[in-house]
Design a protein around this ligand. Sequence first.
Ligand code: RB5
Length: 145
Amino acid sequence: MKIAFGCDHGGIANKDAVIYYLTTSGHEVKDFGTFTEESCDYPEYAIKVANAVVSGECDYGILICGTGIGMSMAANKVKGIRCAHVTDAFSAEMTRKHNDANVLALGARITSKEDCVKFVDIFLNTSFEGGRHLTRVQKVMEIEK
Ligand code: RB5
């Protein structure tokens, strides 16, 4: 799959581990930055990743900031994005099964590199269940209109 990746200075500590996992798992990564530890504004990266997913350029997006909260708030402002802020393995699984999330937001200051990789792995390898959950996701997307 083609994965859009973005982080800010608060998330960069876990960036290499996640990108290493993605590329060694056979995914293509489009890295929207940031590329240094210099302080920057997370919405700039969230919107680039969100647009890449909505346009169809990328299949899914992964965002990392300090907590994952700011990135998820910003990404969810983009029409068509269902970004899940995840801090545990169960949520990583359920947000694909039940919410059909297309962007995963993680926090490098609260989640270890190992857990970030684990949550990304679960997220990308779990399918949407559809059925009654599709009806609910459609109702969520109706709110955008
Ligand atoms: C940056 O200091 C921090 O605010 C950012 O990475 C993120 O945690 C915001 O939600």
